[in-house]
Design a protein around this ligand. Structure first.
Ligand code: B12
Ligand code: SF4
Length: 422
Protein backbone atom coordinates (compact mmCIF):
# COMPACT_ATOMS: atom_id res chain seq x y z
CA UNK A 1 0.00 0.00 0.00
CA UNK A 2 1.27 3.48 -0.93
CA UNK A 3 0.36 6.49 1.14
CA UNK A 4 0.80 10.12 0.23
CA UNK A 5 0.60 12.42 3.25
CA UNK A 6 0.04 16.16 2.99
CA UNK A 7 0.34 19.06 5.42
CA UNK A 8 -1.55 21.76 3.46
CA UNK A 9 -0.95 25.48 3.09
CA UNK A 10 -2.06 28.12 5.55
CA UNK A 11 -4.59 30.67 4.25
CA UNK A 12 -4.62 33.61 6.63
CA UNK A 13 -3.99 37.32 7.08
CA UNK A 14 -0.74 36.53 8.86
CA UNK A 15 1.38 33.42 9.42
CA UNK A 16 4.90 32.82 10.60
CA UNK A 17 6.83 29.66 11.38
CA UNK A 18 6.40 30.02 15.10
CA UNK A 19 7.76 26.44 15.45
CA UNK A 20 4.84 24.96 13.54
CA UNK A 21 4.92 21.27 12.82
CA UNK A 22 1.92 18.95 12.34
CA UNK A 23 3.12 16.94 15.31
CA UNK A 24 0.26 14.44 15.73
CA UNK A 25 0.21 13.79 11.99
CA UNK A 26 3.94 12.99 12.00
CA UNK A 27 3.32 10.58 14.88
CA UNK A 28 0.63 8.79 12.84
CA UNK A 29 2.89 8.64 9.78
CA UNK A 30 5.79 7.26 11.85
CA UNK A 31 3.43 4.64 13.32
CA UNK A 32 2.38 3.63 9.77
CA UNK A 33 6.04 3.38 8.76
CA UNK A 34 6.63 1.07 11.73
CA UNK A 35 3.96 -1.16 10.19
CA UNK A 36 6.03 -1.37 7.01
CA UNK A 37 3.84 0.99 4.97
CA UNK A 38 5.39 3.21 2.32
CA UNK A 39 4.71 6.90 3.06
CA UNK A 40 5.53 9.87 0.82
CA UNK A 41 5.22 13.21 2.56
CA UNK A 42 4.64 16.74 1.30
CA UNK A 43 4.77 19.59 3.80
CA UNK A 44 3.48 22.72 2.06
CA UNK A 45 5.12 24.71 4.88
CA UNK A 46 8.58 23.17 4.54
CA UNK A 47 10.25 26.23 3.01
CA UNK A 48 11.05 29.54 4.67
CA UNK A 49 12.17 32.71 2.95
CA UNK A 50 13.92 34.22 5.96
CA UNK A 51 15.69 32.60 8.86
CA UNK A 52 14.65 34.12 12.19
CA UNK A 53 15.80 33.35 15.72
CA UNK A 54 15.68 29.86 17.25
CA UNK A 55 14.83 28.11 13.97
CA UNK A 56 11.79 30.26 13.24
CA UNK A 57 11.22 32.23 10.05
CA UNK A 58 8.90 33.68 7.41
CA UNK A 59 7.01 31.54 4.93
CA UNK A 60 6.80 32.33 1.26
CA UNK A 61 3.38 33.89 0.58
CA UNK A 62 1.15 35.15 -2.21
CA UNK A 63 -1.90 37.37 -1.96
CA UNK A 64 -5.12 35.52 -2.82
CA UNK A 65 -8.74 36.71 -3.11
CA UNK A 66 -10.57 37.09 0.18
CA UNK A 67 -13.49 34.73 0.82
CA UNK A 68 -16.81 36.62 0.84
CA UNK A 69 -17.24 36.39 4.59
CA UNK A 70 -13.91 38.16 5.12
CA UNK A 71 -14.39 40.86 2.48
CA UNK A 72 -14.83 43.62 5.07
CA UNK A 73 -11.45 42.96 6.75
CA UNK A 74 -9.02 45.66 5.60
CA UNK A 75 -5.99 43.37 5.28
CA UNK A 76 -4.45 41.17 2.57
CA UNK A 77 -5.44 37.51 2.62
CA UNK A 78 -2.56 35.20 1.68
CA UNK A 79 -1.59 31.65 0.92
CA UNK A 80 1.51 30.77 2.93
CA UNK A 81 3.83 27.96 1.87
CA UNK A 82 5.33 26.47 -1.27
CA UNK A 83 4.08 27.54 -4.70
CA UNK A 84 1.35 25.59 -6.48
CA UNK A 85 3.97 24.64 -9.12
CA UNK A 86 6.29 23.20 -6.46
CA UNK A 87 3.38 21.29 -4.98
CA UNK A 88 2.49 19.78 -8.36
CA UNK A 89 6.15 18.92 -8.96
CA UNK A 90 6.18 16.99 -5.66
CA UNK A 91 3.30 14.86 -6.98
CA UNK A 92 5.34 13.62 -9.94
CA UNK A 93 6.14 9.91 -9.85
CA UNK A 94 3.77 9.20 -6.94
CA UNK A 95 1.16 6.49 -7.13
CA UNK A 96 -0.88 6.63 -3.91
CA UNK A 97 -3.68 4.29 -2.86
CA UNK A 98 -4.59 6.63 0.01
CA UNK A 99 -3.94 10.33 0.46
CA UNK A 100 -3.89 11.53 4.05
CA UNK A 101 -4.38 15.21 4.77
CA UNK A 102 -3.94 16.82 8.15
CA UNK A 103 -5.56 19.97 9.48
CA UNK A 104 -4.70 22.31 12.31
CA UNK A 105 -6.42 25.67 12.92
CA UNK A 106 -10.10 25.43 11.95
CA UNK A 107 -9.88 28.67 9.94
CA UNK A 108 -7.08 27.31 7.74
CA UNK A 109 -9.43 24.96 5.86
CA UNK A 110 -9.09 26.78 2.47
CA UNK A 111 -5.61 25.17 2.23
CA UNK A 112 -7.26 21.76 2.41
CA UNK A 113 -9.72 22.65 -0.36
CA UNK A 114 -6.83 23.83 -2.54
CA UNK A 115 -4.83 20.63 -1.97
CA UNK A 116 -7.83 18.32 -2.45
CA UNK A 117 -8.74 20.02 -5.75
CA UNK A 118 -5.28 19.39 -7.19
CA UNK A 119 -4.80 15.86 -5.95
CA UNK A 120 -8.27 14.63 -6.94
CA UNK A 121 -7.58 15.68 -10.50
CA UNK A 122 -4.11 14.12 -10.48
CA UNK A 123 -5.02 10.85 -8.66
CA UNK A 124 -8.75 10.25 -9.27
CA UNK A 125 -8.48 6.62 -8.10
CA UNK A 126 -6.90 7.38 -4.69
CA UNK A 127 -9.03 7.65 -1.53
CA UNK A 128 -8.65 10.96 0.26
CA UNK A 129 -8.74 10.95 4.08
CA UNK A 130 -8.83 14.02 6.31
CA UNK A 131 -8.06 14.18 10.04
CA UNK A 132 -6.68 16.64 12.61
CA UNK A 133 -7.94 19.62 14.61
CA UNK A 134 -10.28 21.15 11.98
CA UNK A 135 -11.62 17.69 11.06
CA UNK A 136 -12.39 17.04 14.74
CA UNK A 137 -13.77 20.41 15.79
CA UNK A 138 -15.69 21.13 12.56
CA UNK A 139 -16.49 17.61 11.35
CA UNK A 140 -19.81 18.54 9.72
CA UNK A 141 -18.21 21.40 7.84
CA UNK A 142 -15.32 19.20 6.70
CA UNK A 143 -17.67 16.50 5.47
CA UNK A 144 -19.09 18.99 3.00
CA UNK A 145 -15.79 19.32 1.14
CA UNK A 146 -16.53 17.33 -1.96
CA UNK A 147 -13.84 14.89 -3.09
CA UNK A 148 -12.82 13.99 0.47
CA UNK A 149 -13.74 10.32 0.92
CA UNK A 150 -13.40 10.06 4.71
CA UNK A 151 -13.23 12.54 7.58
CA UNK A 152 -12.01 11.03 10.85
CA UNK A 153 -12.31 12.86 14.15
CA UNK A 154 -9.72 12.20 16.88
CA UNK A 155 -12.07 9.82 18.70
CA UNK A 156 -12.50 7.66 15.58
CA UNK A 157 -8.87 6.84 14.92
CA UNK A 158 -9.60 3.12 15.26
CA UNK A 159 -11.96 3.42 12.24
CA UNK A 160 -9.22 5.23 10.36
CA UNK A 161 -6.77 2.37 10.91
CA UNK A 162 -9.49 -0.17 10.04
CA UNK A 163 -10.02 1.64 6.72
CA UNK A 164 -6.31 1.25 5.98
CA UNK A 165 -6.43 -2.31 7.27
CA UNK A 166 -3.65 -1.56 9.75
CA UNK A 167 -3.74 -2.82 13.34
CA UNK A 168 -4.24 -0.07 15.90
CA UNK A 169 -2.87 0.02 19.38
CA UNK A 170 -3.68 3.23 21.26
CA UNK A 171 -0.75 2.98 23.67
CA UNK A 172 1.80 2.29 20.99
CA UNK A 173 0.49 5.05 18.69
CA UNK A 174 0.78 7.72 21.37
CA UNK A 175 4.17 6.41 22.53
CA UNK A 176 5.57 6.91 19.04
CA UNK A 177 8.00 9.77 18.55
CA UNK A 178 8.19 11.16 15.01
CA UNK A 179 10.91 10.08 12.57
CA UNK A 180 11.80 13.60 11.53
CA UNK A 181 14.72 12.51 9.37
CA UNK A 182 12.34 10.53 7.14
CA UNK A 183 10.10 13.53 6.57
CA UNK A 184 12.33 16.60 6.56
CA UNK A 185 15.55 16.87 4.56
CA UNK A 186 16.40 19.96 6.61
CA UNK A 187 15.28 20.45 10.16
CA UNK A 188 15.61 23.79 11.98
CA UNK A 189 14.12 22.66 15.30
CA UNK A 190 12.48 19.65 16.85
CA UNK A 191 8.93 19.68 18.22
CA UNK A 192 8.03 17.07 20.80
CA UNK A 193 5.44 16.12 23.36
CA UNK A 194 6.17 14.32 26.60
CA UNK A 195 2.42 14.01 27.14
CA UNK A 196 -0.95 14.00 25.39
CA UNK A 197 -4.04 15.63 26.84
CA UNK A 198 -4.50 18.02 29.74
CA UNK A 199 -5.86 17.46 33.27
CA UNK A 200 -7.58 20.89 33.20
CA UNK A 201 -10.75 21.89 31.39
CA UNK A 202 -10.69 25.63 30.68
CA UNK A 203 -13.87 27.10 29.22
CA UNK A 204 -12.20 28.56 26.11
CA UNK A 205 -10.07 25.53 25.20
CA UNK A 206 -11.01 22.52 23.08
CA UNK A 207 -8.49 20.09 24.49
CA UNK A 208 -11.11 17.82 26.09
CA UNK A 209 -12.77 17.43 22.69
CA UNK A 210 -9.45 16.83 20.95
CA UNK A 211 -7.84 14.54 23.45
CA UNK A 212 -10.02 13.59 26.44
CA UNK A 213 -7.47 11.26 28.09
CA UNK A 214 -4.05 11.99 29.51
CA UNK A 215 -0.96 9.96 28.77
CA UNK A 216 2.76 10.47 29.35
CA UNK A 217 5.78 8.92 27.67
CA UNK A 218 8.58 7.44 29.81
CA UNK A 219 11.07 10.21 30.56
CA UNK A 220 14.00 8.00 29.53
CA UNK A 221 12.62 7.77 25.97
CA UNK A 222 12.17 11.52 25.78
CA UNK A 223 15.71 12.10 27.03
CA UNK A 224 17.05 9.62 24.45
CA UNK A 225 15.10 11.36 21.66
CA UNK A 226 16.46 14.76 22.65
CA UNK A 227 19.99 13.39 22.94
CA UNK A 228 19.80 11.78 19.50
CA UNK A 229 18.67 15.02 17.83
CA UNK A 230 21.12 17.11 19.81
CA UNK A 231 23.98 14.87 18.65
CA UNK A 232 22.88 15.64 15.06
CA UNK A 233 23.17 19.37 15.65
CA UNK A 234 19.63 20.38 16.61
CA UNK A 235 19.74 23.19 19.12
CA UNK A 236 16.10 24.21 19.51
CA UNK A 237 13.54 21.89 21.11
CA UNK A 238 9.89 22.93 21.26
CA UNK A 239 7.46 21.42 23.76
CA UNK A 240 3.87 21.10 22.52
CA UNK A 241 2.64 19.61 25.81
CA UNK A 242 -0.62 21.09 27.03
CA UNK A 243 0.52 20.89 30.67
CA UNK A 244 4.25 20.09 30.66
CA UNK A 245 4.86 20.89 34.35
CA UNK A 246 1.94 18.79 35.54
CA UNK A 247 3.39 15.86 37.52
CA UNK A 248 6.44 17.71 38.88
CA UNK A 249 8.28 14.49 39.79
CA UNK A 250 8.25 13.41 36.14
CA UNK A 251 9.52 16.81 35.07
CA UNK A 252 12.36 16.67 37.60
CA UNK A 253 13.49 13.24 36.44
CA UNK A 254 13.51 14.34 32.80
CA UNK A 255 15.23 17.67 33.40
CA UNK A 256 17.82 16.19 35.77
CA UNK A 257 18.70 13.72 33.03
CA UNK A 258 19.06 16.53 30.46
CA UNK A 259 21.10 18.64 32.91
CA UNK A 260 23.42 15.71 33.65
CA UNK A 261 24.23 15.42 29.92
CA UNK A 262 25.22 19.10 29.74
CA UNK A 263 23.73 19.46 26.26
CA UNK A 264 24.09 22.78 24.55
CA UNK A 265 20.39 23.08 23.68
CA UNK A 266 17.41 25.40 24.21
CA UNK A 267 13.81 24.61 25.07
CA UNK A 268 10.84 26.70 23.92
CA UNK A 269 7.33 26.56 25.33
CA UNK A 270 4.92 28.48 23.06
CA UNK A 271 2.13 26.48 24.69
CA UNK A 272 1.99 27.85 28.23
CA UNK A 273 3.50 26.26 31.33
CA UNK A 274 1.67 26.24 34.68
CA UNK A 275 3.14 28.48 37.38
CA UNK A 276 1.37 26.53 40.09
CA UNK A 277 3.61 23.49 39.54
CA UNK A 278 6.89 25.35 39.97
CA UNK A 279 9.10 24.66 42.93
CA UNK A 280 12.69 25.63 43.66
CA UNK A 281 14.23 22.65 41.97
CA UNK A 282 12.07 22.87 38.83
CA UNK A 283 12.74 26.58 38.48
CA UNK A 284 16.50 26.11 38.61
CA UNK A 285 16.33 23.06 36.32
CA UNK A 286 14.40 25.13 33.75
CA UNK A 287 17.21 27.66 33.81
CA UNK A 288 19.98 25.08 33.77
CA UNK A 289 18.54 23.09 30.86
CA UNK A 290 18.09 26.10 28.58
CA UNK A 291 14.40 27.07 28.80
CA UNK A 292 14.41 30.30 26.83
CA UNK A 293 11.77 32.92 27.52
CA UNK A 294 9.46 30.29 29.05
CA UNK A 295 5.82 31.28 28.62
CA UNK A 296 3.40 30.83 31.50
CA UNK A 297 -0.41 30.82 31.39
CA UNK A 298 -2.45 33.35 33.37
CA UNK A 299 -5.04 34.87 30.97
CA UNK A 300 -6.43 37.30 33.57
CA UNK A 301 -5.96 38.44 37.15
CA UNK A 302 -9.73 38.79 37.62
CA UNK A 303 -10.45 36.19 40.36
CA UNK A 304 -14.06 35.59 39.25
CA UNK A 305 -12.99 34.83 35.67
CA UNK A 306 -10.07 32.71 36.86
CA UNK A 307 -12.53 30.55 38.80
CA UNK A 308 -14.92 30.15 35.85
CA UNK A 309 -12.25 29.56 33.24
CA UNK A 310 -10.44 26.65 34.84
CA UNK A 311 -8.96 27.83 38.13
CA UNK A 312 -5.42 26.93 37.13
CA UNK A 313 -3.56 29.95 38.49
CA UNK A 314 -4.33 32.93 40.74
CA UNK A 315 -2.53 36.05 41.93
CA UNK A 316 -0.79 34.20 44.78
CA UNK A 317 0.47 31.46 42.45
CA UNK A 318 1.75 34.16 40.14
CA UNK A 319 3.71 36.03 42.79
CA UNK A 320 5.08 32.83 44.29
CA UNK A 321 5.92 31.35 40.87
CA UNK A 322 7.81 34.42 39.72
CA UNK A 323 9.77 34.55 42.98
CA UNK A 324 10.78 30.92 42.38
CA UNK A 325 11.83 31.67 38.80
CA UNK A 326 14.09 34.43 40.07
CA UNK A 327 15.54 32.17 42.73
CA UNK A 328 16.18 29.67 39.95
CA UNK A 329 18.29 32.21 38.07
CA UNK A 330 15.85 33.94 35.67
CA UNK A 331 16.16 37.71 35.64
CA UNK A 332 13.54 40.36 34.79
CA UNK A 333 12.40 40.05 31.17
CA UNK A 334 13.62 36.45 30.76
CA UNK A 335 10.15 34.93 31.08
CA UNK A 336 6.67 35.77 29.75
CA UNK A 337 3.12 35.49 30.96
CA UNK A 338 0.09 35.22 28.67
CA UNK A 339 -2.88 37.55 29.08
CA UNK A 340 -6.04 37.19 26.97
CA UNK A 341 -7.07 40.18 24.89
CA UNK A 342 -10.48 40.71 23.39
CA UNK A 343 -12.79 38.25 25.10
CA UNK A 344 -16.42 39.43 25.18
CA UNK A 345 -17.21 41.92 27.90
CA UNK A 346 -13.54 42.43 28.80
CA UNK A 347 -12.69 45.54 30.77
CA UNK A 348 -9.58 46.86 29.03
CA UNK A 349 -8.67 49.05 31.99
CA UNK A 350 -8.36 45.86 34.07
CA UNK A 351 -6.19 44.30 31.37
CA UNK A 352 -3.90 47.32 31.47
CA UNK A 353 -3.65 47.01 35.24
CA UNK A 354 -2.83 43.29 34.95
CA UNK A 355 -0.10 44.11 32.43
CA UNK A 356 1.34 46.78 34.76
CA UNK A 357 1.35 44.32 37.62
CA UNK A 358 3.15 41.65 35.59
CA UNK A 359 5.66 44.25 34.47
CA UNK A 360 6.30 45.25 38.08
CA UNK A 361 7.13 41.60 38.80
CA UNK A 362 9.61 41.48 35.91
CA UNK A 363 7.47 39.37 33.55
CA UNK A 364 7.09 40.16 29.86
CA UNK A 365 3.44 40.22 28.81
CA UNK A 366 2.39 38.10 25.86
CA UNK A 367 -1.05 39.10 24.64
CA UNK A 368 -3.02 36.18 23.20
CA UNK A 369 -5.87 37.45 21.07
CA UNK A 370 -9.08 35.71 22.00
CA UNK A 371 -11.14 33.83 19.43
CA UNK A 372 -14.00 31.41 19.98
CA UNK A 373 -12.99 27.75 19.46
CA UNK A 374 -15.68 25.21 18.52
CA UNK A 375 -16.12 22.38 20.99
CA UNK A 376 -15.54 24.68 23.99
CA UNK A 377 -18.00 25.79 26.64
CA UNK A 378 -17.61 29.45 25.64
CA UNK A 379 -18.38 28.68 21.99
CA UNK A 380 -21.97 27.76 22.86
CA UNK A 381 -22.60 31.43 23.67
CA UNK A 382 -21.81 32.50 20.10
CA UNK A 383 -24.43 33.03 17.37
CA UNK A 384 -24.97 30.56 14.54
CA UNK A 385 -22.81 32.57 12.10
CA UNK A 386 -19.72 31.26 13.96
CA UNK A 387 -20.33 27.84 12.46
CA UNK A 388 -18.26 29.36 9.64
CA UNK A 389 -14.69 28.42 10.67
CA UNK A 390 -13.11 31.41 8.91
CA UNK A 391 -14.60 33.51 11.68
CA UNK A 392 -12.62 31.65 14.38
CA UNK A 393 -9.44 33.42 13.32
CA UNK A 394 -7.84 35.20 16.28
CA UNK A 395 -6.18 37.81 14.09
CA UNK A 396 -9.54 39.13 12.82
CA UNK A 397 -11.68 38.63 15.86
CA UNK A 398 -11.01 42.19 17.00
CA UNK A 399 -12.56 43.50 13.78
CA UNK A 400 -15.92 42.16 14.93
CA UNK A 401 -15.75 44.39 17.99
CA UNK A 402 -15.43 47.53 15.89
CA UNK A 403 -16.07 49.93 18.76
CA UNK A 404 -13.03 48.51 20.57
CA UNK A 405 -10.53 48.03 17.76
CA UNK A 406 -8.76 51.32 18.46
CA UNK A 407 -8.43 50.37 22.14
CA UNK A 408 -6.97 47.00 21.13
CA UNK A 409 -4.22 48.69 19.12
CA UNK A 410 -3.53 51.04 22.00
CA UNK A 411 -3.16 48.27 24.53
CA UNK A 412 -0.92 46.27 22.21
CA UNK A 413 1.40 49.27 21.86
CA UNK A 414 1.25 49.91 25.56
CA UNK A 415 2.31 46.33 26.33
CA UNK A 416 5.10 46.51 23.74
CA UNK A 417 6.38 49.59 25.57
CA UNK A 418 6.20 47.87 28.95
CA UNK A 419 8.12 44.84 27.67
CA UNK A 420 10.85 47.05 26.23
CA UNK A 421 11.50 48.51 29.67
CA UNK A 422 12.49 45.11 31.08
C1 B12 B 1 0.92 23.49 19.69
C2 B12 B 1 -0.27 24.41 19.54
C3 B12 B 1 -0.04 25.70 19.14
C4 B12 B 1 1.33 26.17 18.72
C5 B12 B 1 1.61 25.70 17.29
C6 B12 B 1 0.37 25.60 16.39
C7 B12 B 1 0.22 24.40 15.45
N1 B12 B 1 1.19 23.58 15.21
O1 B12 B 1 -0.84 24.18 14.93
C8 B12 B 1 1.21 27.69 18.90
C9 B12 B 1 1.66 28.04 20.28
C10 B12 B 1 1.94 28.54 17.89
C11 B12 B 1 -0.31 27.87 18.86
C12 B12 B 1 -0.87 29.10 18.65
C13 B12 B 1 -2.24 29.30 18.63
N2 B12 B 1 -3.18 28.38 18.93
CO1 B12 B 1 -2.78 26.53 19.27
N3 B12 B 1 -2.60 24.76 19.77
C14 B12 B 1 -1.58 23.96 19.82
C15 B12 B 1 -1.99 22.56 20.28
C16 B12 B 1 -1.52 22.37 21.73
C17 B12 B 1 -1.47 21.41 19.43
C18 B12 B 1 -1.68 21.62 17.95
C19 B12 B 1 -0.99 20.60 17.11
O2 B12 B 1 -0.07 19.93 17.46
N4 B12 B 1 -1.45 20.50 15.91
C20 B12 B 1 -0.93 19.55 14.96
C21 B12 B 1 -1.95 18.46 14.64
C22 B12 B 1 -1.83 17.94 13.25
O3 B12 B 1 -1.65 17.44 15.52
P1 B12 B 1 -2.63 16.77 16.51
O4 B12 B 1 -3.93 17.45 16.57
O5 B12 B 1 -1.86 16.59 17.74
O6 B12 B 1 -2.84 15.34 15.76
C23 B12 B 1 -3.65 14.34 16.29
C24 B12 B 1 -5.03 14.34 15.69
O7 B12 B 1 -5.48 15.62 15.34
C25 B12 B 1 -4.99 13.36 14.57
N5 B12 B 1 -4.61 13.78 13.23
C26 B12 B 1 -3.83 14.81 12.85
N6 B12 B 1 -3.72 14.79 11.51
C27 B12 B 1 -4.40 13.73 11.03
C28 B12 B 1 -4.61 13.27 9.73
C29 B12 B 1 -5.39 12.13 9.53
C30 B12 B 1 -5.63 11.63 8.16
C31 B12 B 1 -5.99 11.48 10.65
C32 B12 B 1 -6.86 10.30 10.44
C33 B12 B 1 -5.79 11.96 11.95
C34 B12 B 1 -4.99 13.08 12.12
O8 B12 B 1 -4.04 12.44 14.98
C35 B12 B 1 -3.10 13.00 15.87
C36 B12 B 1 -2.93 12.07 17.01
O9 B12 B 1 -4.14 11.96 17.75
C37 B12 B 1 -3.55 22.63 20.18
C38 B12 B 1 -4.31 21.93 21.29
C39 B12 B 1 -4.16 20.44 21.18
N7 B12 B 1 -3.79 19.81 22.25
O10 B12 B 1 -4.34 19.86 20.11
C40 B12 B 1 -3.82 24.13 20.21
C41 B12 B 1 -4.95 24.71 19.32
C42 B12 B 1 -4.86 24.05 17.96
N8 B12 B 1 -4.61 26.12 19.23
C43 B12 B 1 -5.64 26.90 19.29
C44 B12 B 1 -5.57 28.32 19.35
C45 B12 B 1 -6.85 29.06 19.72
C46 B12 B 1 -4.39 28.99 19.11
C47 B12 B 1 -4.20 30.50 19.01
C48 B12 B 1 -5.29 31.21 18.23
C49 B12 B 1 -4.08 31.04 20.44
C50 B12 B 1 -4.07 32.55 20.54
N9 B12 B 1 -5.17 33.11 20.99
O11 B12 B 1 -3.09 33.18 20.21
C51 B12 B 1 -2.83 30.64 18.34
C52 B12 B 1 -2.99 30.87 16.82
C53 B12 B 1 -1.78 30.52 16.03
C54 B12 B 1 -1.83 30.89 14.59
N10 B12 B 1 -2.87 31.43 14.01
O12 B12 B 1 -0.85 30.68 13.96
C55 B12 B 1 -6.92 26.11 19.36
C56 B12 B 1 -7.64 25.90 18.04
C57 B12 B 1 -8.15 27.15 17.39
C58 B12 B 1 -8.87 26.85 16.13
N11 B12 B 1 -9.87 27.64 15.86
O13 B12 B 1 -8.56 25.94 15.40
C59 B12 B 1 -6.40 24.77 19.95
C60 B12 B 1 -7.25 23.56 19.62
C61 B12 B 1 -6.32 24.99 21.48
C62 B12 B 1 -7.58 25.53 22.08
N12 B12 B 1 -7.56 26.74 22.58
O14 B12 B 1 -8.58 24.88 22.12
N13 B12 B 1 -0.94 26.72 19.08
S1 SF4 C 1 -6.07 26.13 28.23
FE1 SF4 C 1 -4.26 24.95 28.75
S2 SF4 C 1 -4.65 24.31 30.90
FE2 SF4 C 1 -6.62 24.94 30.07
S3 SF4 C 1 -7.55 23.02 29.31
FE3 SF4 C 1 -6.48 24.02 27.58
S4 SF4 C 1 -4.48 23.07 27.51
FE4 SF4 C 1 -5.34 22.64 29.55
Amino acid sequence: MNILAINPWIYDFAAYDFWLKPYGFLVILSYLKNKGIHVDYIDCLEKKVTQGTFGRGKYESVIVPKPDVLKSIPRYFKRYGISLEDFKAHLEGKNPDYILITSSMTYWYPGIIEAVGIIKERFPQAKIILGGTYATLCAEHAQKISAIDFVFTNNCLDDFFKTLNVSFDYQSLYSTLPYYDDFYPKLDYVVLRTSWGCPFDCDYCAIKKLFPHSLRLPYERIAEFILMHSSRGIKDFVLYDDAFLYEPEYVKKLLREIARRKLNILFHTPNALHLRFLDEEIASLLKETGFTNPHFGLETLNPALQKIWGDKVNREDLIKGIALLKKGGFINGEFSVYLLLGYPGQNLADLKQDADFLNSLGAKVSLAEFSPVPGTKIFKEYPQEFSEPLLHNNSIFGFFQKDKIQNFWEIKNYVRGLNKKL
